[in-house]
Ligand binder design. Structure first.
Ligand code: PDD
Length: 288
């Protein structure tokens, strides 16, 4: 079955799904996106993903191409037409098509909306979670507003590629003071003496939806969360480490820059949070 993409009002087979050469997303990275998990044919934490999308759009002063309800309908319909029950839905909104010029176009074009869906190999992700993954560290050379989920992801792309070339699964960014900010497409956590530690929300990280859910889950399980940045040295000395994202939920990190974290195997608190995650996540109605 061919994959279907929604592009500016039309549901199209991938081969025919194109955007204009002067789309400001393509030319200037002038746009935002969201990635939401599909589980058992339903969206996971849809409400919070759409809220963050609205915040990202407002931060860039992009007028949404559709209001909330029609947008949710389009996303659900794209998932339905792709018949994906386990996967991801990707929503991208750019400022639209205009003659290339850095400043905002004088007459606002209609924002461009693309929605794509892809299946996820859950067995493969679960297999990674059983062994845990390795990360490398890279200097955080991103811009100062990474709290906005923009499509300008070049430093993240280069970081992930560096990880791949080093035989690791992911890269963690480290700021000028030596503190881990976050992963290339995830939030970073450690566990020390039974306490979870992750960086406080600020313009230096993207506040992950998964991170928000894990914080609430930890409160339910009476596990303390310390909202404080940590150094790479502290990761090495930690009992456990993990990352969170919509694509991997809670993923154990067992090596950093080649050194083992804790026992070098997924730790008990990480495993408990991974197993309990869907108890706290908001599962929508089944679409497919
Ligand atoms: N990325 N930090 C960054 C830089 C991210 O790109 C992401 C998510 C996160 C975690 O956010 P959430 O828990 O809401 O997925 C943190 C998505 C999955 C991506 O770009 O594919």
């Amino acid at each position: 079955m061919s994959r279907i993409a929604y592009v500016n009002g039309r549901y199209l087979p991938f081969g025919e799904a194109h955007v204009h050469v002067e789309d400001r997303g393509y030319q200037l990275g002038d746009g935002v996106y969201e990635v939401c998990e599909i589980r058992d044919g339903a969206l996971v934490d849809e409400r919070r993903h759409f809220e963050r999308l609205s915040r990202s759009l407002a931060a860039l002063r992009i007028v949404p191409p559709l209001s909330s309800e029609p947008l949710r309908f389009v996303v659900a319909e794209t998932v339905r037409r792709n018949r994906v029950r386990e996967g991801l839905v990707y929503v991208q909104i750019t400022r639209g098509v205009a003659r290339r010029d850095h400043g905002f176009p004088e007459r606002s074009p209609k924002a461009a909306l693309v929605v794509t869906v892809r299946a996820l190999d859950r067995a493969k992700i679960d297999a990674s979670a059983r062994t845990g993954i390795s990360v490398i560290t890279v200097p955080d050379d991103r811009w100062g507003r990474v709290d906005i989920k923009t499509i300008g992801l070049l430093p993240n792309v280069l970081a992930r590629q560096a990880a791949k070339e080093a035989g690791a699964k992911d890269a963690w960014f480290v700021d000028d003071e030596g503190f881990v900010t976050e992963g290339a497409s995830s939030n970073a956590w450690i566990v020390k003496d039974g306490i979870l530690r992750t960086r406080e929300s600020s313009s230096r990280i993207l506040t992950g939806i998964t991170m928000m859910v894990v914080k609430e889950l930890a409160a339910d399980l009476q596990i303390k969360v310390d909202l404080r940045a940590f150094t790479v040295e502290e990761v090495r000395a930690a009992d456990e480490a993990f990352l969170t994202s919509a694509t991997q939920t809670v993923m154990p990190v067992v090596r950093i820059d080649g050194s083992a974290v804790g026992s070098g195997r997924p730790g008990p608190l990480t495993t408990r949070l991974r197993e309990a995650f869907y108890r706290k996540a908001e599962l929508g109605r089944s679409i497919t």
